[in-house]
Design a protein around this ligand. Structure first.
Ligand code: NAD
Ligand code: ZN
Length: 377
């Protein structure tokens, strides 16, 4: 079968690879109908990780169940399913307390597994014609049959629940105000989730006009930080009043006003300024750990400066980490089915699998019209 394979920095290819097979009674094989490219794939594509050539990309996957392991009891052949990007066992302490992003059973004792991702276990990605889904009854969410809402449901694999998780981490309550840093897929989904959760004022900060324009879909207030300090702009609009909640959907690759200079802790600093005393910060944006053996550059990134004194003085709370996609995806699916949520408004285009190398180039360069790409094998 064909699959998107990492070749090295800034290069993927579509190559012939062996078909996946059932390796455990709890596995299923899914024929992929949609697989999205994610901002997180760029961490590997741009050579900031230890990803090795040969890795098959793709952690946002959906399709049709084609083959069942002998121990599968819930899924049936022909079911349309979407897989949370997290691979989870369903029975460790973290899985049983809804922290499926921190499963301790799927990645040699490390907390957390994912498809097609470096250091997240031995699971091939789904930017391919087929994928093996382990612990499948737990890891696949069944969708209504047919092809309706395909692009909406595709967003359930990662960015919609991840954005929603950002709001939950921030402690958002109905009627509160929130500022979201980043209008990439995760930031837009966080701001959109805030709307679904009943937020009042929703500010979205970025410097890419095409992305900020999407705020209109949910009455968000765009803030272009290339034009000036984002926190000053928010406080000015609010007569000096801080917001209740902040979400960081940018992570360690935050850039300064010029759009070029990376400054790892810029968003964290701004959030601590922008939030009211006793407010909350949700951080789904990725920060790299300083694991033993990390390069000097990564070790520096992991030891970022955080304004803890101000954080303490204001009595703030903070939530971080990978999104526990499974914890939210059932309700978010049903909001889509009910016609209340339509997260596919962030999808810019859909292309065949063979167009993946070109799509990666354009997505990485933030070419207009390539903000969220779905690959259709
Ligand atoms: P993206 O790169 O498409 O979007 C990030 C956006 O942030 C860009 O539009 C960029 O212009 C903007 N930005 C840069 N510097 C900024 C600043 N100083 N202020 C405001 N905006 C700024 O990425 P994405 O796919 O939306 O993902 C966002 C982050 O979330 C990434 O770090 C990704 O790895 C992470 N992520 C986390 C999870 C999770 O489970 N926690 C899941 C998916 C993605
Ligand atoms: Zn993703």
């Amino acid at each position: 079968m064909k699959a998107v394979v990492y070749k090295g920095p800034f290069e993927v290819a579509v190559e012939e690879v062996p078909l996946p097979t059932i390796q455990h009674p709890a596995d299923v094989i899914v024929r992929i109908t949609s697989s999205a490219i994610c901002g997180s794939d760029l961490h590997m594509y741009e050579d900031r990780t230890a990803a090795k050539a040969g890795l098959r990309f793709g952690h946002e996957n959906m399709g049709i169940v084609e083959e069942l392991g002998s121990g599968v009891t819930v899924l049936k052949k022909g079911d349309r399913v979407v897989m949370p990007f997290n691979v989870a066992c369903g029975s460790c302490l973290n899985c049983q307390t809804n922290k499926t992003a921190f499963c301790t059973n799927v990645n040699e004792g490390f907390a957390g597994g994912a498809y097609g991702y470096v250091a997240m276990g031995p699971y091939h990605g789904g930017q391919a014609e087929r994928i093996r889904v382990p612990f499948a009854d737990f890891n696949a969410l069944v969708l209504p049959p047919g092809s309706e809402h395909e692009a909406d449901f595709m967003m359930l694999a990662d960015v919609f629940p991840t954005g929603y998780h950002g709001c939950i981490l921030s402690g958002l309550k109905p009627g509160e105000s929130i500022a979201v840093w980043g209008a990439g897929p995760v930031g837009l989904m966080a701001a959109y989730s805030a709307r679904l959760m009943g937020a009042a004022d929703i500010y979205v900060i970025d410097r890419v006009p095409e992305r900020l324009a999407l705020c209109k879909k949910f009455d968000g207030i765009p803030i272009d930080f290339s034009k000036g300090d984002a926190v000053d702009a928010i406080l000015k609009m609010r007569g000096g009043k801080e917001v209740d909640r902040c979400v960081d959907a940018v992570g360690y690759q935050a850039v300064t006003q010029d759009g070029k200079t990376e400054q790892v802790n810029i968003v964290l600093n701004q959030m601590v300024r922008a939030v009211r005393a006793c407010g909350g910060l949700g951080i789904p944006g990725l920060y790299v750990p300083t694991d033993p053996g990390a390069s000097d550059e990564h070790a520096k990134l992991g030891q970022l400066m955080f304004p803890f004194g101000k954080f303490f003085e204001k009595g703030l709370s903070m939530g971080t980490g990978q999104a526990n996609v499974k914890t939210y995806n059932r309700q978010l699916r049903d909001l889509i089915v009910a016609g209340i949520a339509k997260p596919s408004f962030i999808v810019s285009n859909e292309v065949g699998l063979s167009a993946a190398p070109d799509a990666y180039v354009k997505f990485q360069k933030r070419v207009e019209g390539y903000s969220k790409v779905i690959l259709k094998p």
